[in-house]
Design a protein around this ligand. Structure first.
Ligand code: SAH
Length: 246
């Protein structure tokens, strides 16, 4: 899979591309992250890529022409997926990351300042994605958030397939708590069941902890599970049981 990121600040991606799991995925050629510096496509001698907003207001707007040139010179053709990171977009969810992970090539546009000329968005952007209901100074961190969540789903990027199957949001529940050595830390012990070696009991405990945590923190996720015809009946039963115990 290849991400082509249009940005005014390509240096921001250096650590992202080199460190930890993403760094390894790139070295192993499971993933490619190419940055394209929009400023190189300014097309004027001052390398200017933004201008004042028509109609007036604070801030600057990124111009359509440099973005178009950057996109077209980086291998874009009609029908390619072009994501613009924006707080006006649809909020990124695990299921959206799952669906993006089956693409071969995704272009990502990082805005800055007040944002991007609407005509560029209308002409080229296929998806507008937000990483949450808050405003950042630029689309670079959102682009990294999205790429990270997609990249870790690609085959072979995480160590084992089941490194992510249980995870929060994967099955509509938040994940159960984790413990590692030592078995006792400052007087606090790891739950006995996890030391028992009894896998069926461990699974049962974990599912119960997941449901409890989700009930406590994310009633919206519980609601969604209760109306989803694909939810495992075992989970529905558990939700109802734990709800009544509260
Ligand atoms: N004036 C815009 C915000 C501009 S923020 C508005 O009110 O909608 C500058 C840039 O940061 C945006 O162009 C976008 O690329 C990025 N950005 C800021 N917050 C974001 C978020 N929550 N999700 C995705 N991108 C975001």
């Amino acid at each position: 899979m290849i991400f082509k990121v249009l940005t005014l600040f390509p240096d921001m991606f250096d650590n992202f591309k080199n460190i930890s799991i993403i760094g390894r995925a790139i070295r192993d050629e499971k993933l490619e992250v190419e940055t394209i510096n929009i400023r190189e496509f300014a097309g004027n001698k001052h390398n200017r890529v933004d201008d004042y907003p028509y109609g007036g207001s604070a801030g600057m707007v990124m111009q359509a022409m440099p973005l178009k040139s950057a996109l077209e010179s980086s291998g874009w053709t009609e029908n390619k997926r072009v994501v613009y990171m924006t707080p006006k977009g649809r909020r990124l969810t695990q299921s959206q990351s799952n669906s993006l992970s089956s693409e071969e090539e995704i272009f990502i546009v990082c805005g800055h300042y007040e944002g991007v000329d609407q005509r560029f968005i209308d002409m080229y952007v296929t998806d507008e994605i937000s990483i949450g209901d808050y405003v950042l100074t630029g689309g670079e961190l959102p682009a990294m958030v999205m790429m990270d969540s997609v990249a870790r789903l690609l085959p072979g990027v995480l160590g084992k397939q089941d490194s992510y199957e249980d995870e929060s949001h994967m099955g509509g529940l938040l994940e159960y708590p984790h413990y590692t050595r030592p078995a006792e830390f400052e007087g606090s012990k790891v739950p006995d069941v996890l030391l028992s070696g009894h896998h069926a009991n461990i699974d049962k405990w974990r599912l119960e902890e997941s449901v409890k945590l989700t009930l406590e923190r994310r009633p919206d996720m519980i609601k969604a599970l209760l109306v989803d015809p694909e939810t495992d009946p075992k989970i529905i039963k558990l939700i109802n049981k734990l709800k009544n115990e509260k």
